[in-house]
Design a protein around this ligand. Structure first.
Ligand SMILES: C[S@@+](CC[C@H](N)C(=O)[O-])C[C@H]1O[C@@H](n2cnc3c(N)ncnc32)[C@H](O)[C@@H]1O
Length: 268
């Protein structure tokens, strides 16, 4: 059942428009899930803010999902679902052991207020996002769609500012594996033919925000380069790599993650 936070401003419809079928392309990747679950370990309750369809939520902890898109919450398999924004969380101070927010900060109209809300309602915060100041850039942007650069710089806040606002004590890099399961815009860095698929593009808000008059000619050029072999000639080095650090980071703030017995020093 979805509960709406009453008396709030109208909720953003962006993912009500682009979120249909999200679960089929945006499948949680087990390696990223492990990283996030470790950051949440020890918490008995978690609020997932910008939860979408519930990717990366631990299954052994009670999770409350929050999202402003009904289309996304309708695809979420959980029982505790609240229609609300990060900037106005309808919970008491310290209501949860931990909060998680995965690939959602760039959609929040007021990032600082949203992060302050995460800190208010939870003891620990685990936030996964992308750093626009990171230097290595996906070939798709450099060679086909430079329009993405400006769009993403406008949406994503530099990691240093996010870390400061969150009071993060830990920043963990996540190099993207070549077979990454979750269809972020970056996911297919070693599988260029995937960008030819309209369903893959639709599941990424980056593509959804660009006009077809920009995307379609770029996709046509990529298709031609794949047919002629030009793409593979240019990227012979890339296709041998297992993972690439494109600037994705997990930030952890608040109460410390308990050290597992096998990793810790002592204790009887
Ligand atoms: C890319 S999806 C990520 C969903 C999920 N966390 C995941 O990892 O698959 C971004 C989500 O942020 C939500 N969102 C947009 N604006 C928001 C806001 N102001 N507060 C909280 N969530 C928001 C969208 O509705 C969408 O479900």
């Amino acid at each position: 059942m979805t509960v709406s936070a009453s008396g709030r401003a109208p909720l953003t419809p962006t993912y009500d428009r682009i979120g249909v079928g999200y679960r089929h392309v945006r499948r949680p990747d087990p390696r990223l899930a492990t990283l996030i679950h470790r950051a949440l370990s020890g918490a008995r309750t978690v609020v997932d803010v910008g939860a979408g369809t519930g990717s990366y939520e631990p299954t052994d902890i009670e999770v409350t999902a929050v999202d402003p898109s009904q289309v996304m919450l309708d695809q979420h398999p959980g029982r505790r679902k609240i229609l609300a924004r990060a900037e106005q969380l309808p919970f008491d101070d310290g209501a949860f052991g931990a909060a998680m927010a995965v690939m959602t900060l760039h959609h929040w109209p007021d990032l600082h207020r949203g992060l302050a809300e995460l800190r208010r309602v939870s003891g620990r915060q685990a936030v996964f996002t992308w750093d626009p100041d990171h230097l290595s850039e996906l070939w798709l942007i450099e060679e086909y769609l430079p329009e993405i650069r400006q769009l993403e710089r406008a949406r994503f806040t530099p990691l240093s500012a996010v870390a400061e606002a969150l009071g993060a004590h830990t920043v963990l890099p996540f190099p993207v594996p070549h077979d990454f399961a979750d269809g972020f815009q970056i996911a297919y860095w070693r599988r260029p033919e995937s960008y030819l698929d309209p369903l893959v593009r639709q599941a990424s808000s980056t593509f959804a925000l660009l006009p077809a008059s920009v995307v379609e000619p770029a996709v046509a050029r990529l298709r031609a380069d794949l047919v002629s072999g030009a793409w593979h000639r240019r990227h012979a080095d890339l296709v041998t790599r297992e993972s690439v650090d494109y600037g994705y980071r997990l930030l952890i703030a608040g109460t410390a993650v308990p050290v597992p017995r096998e990793a810790g020093g002592g204790g009887s």
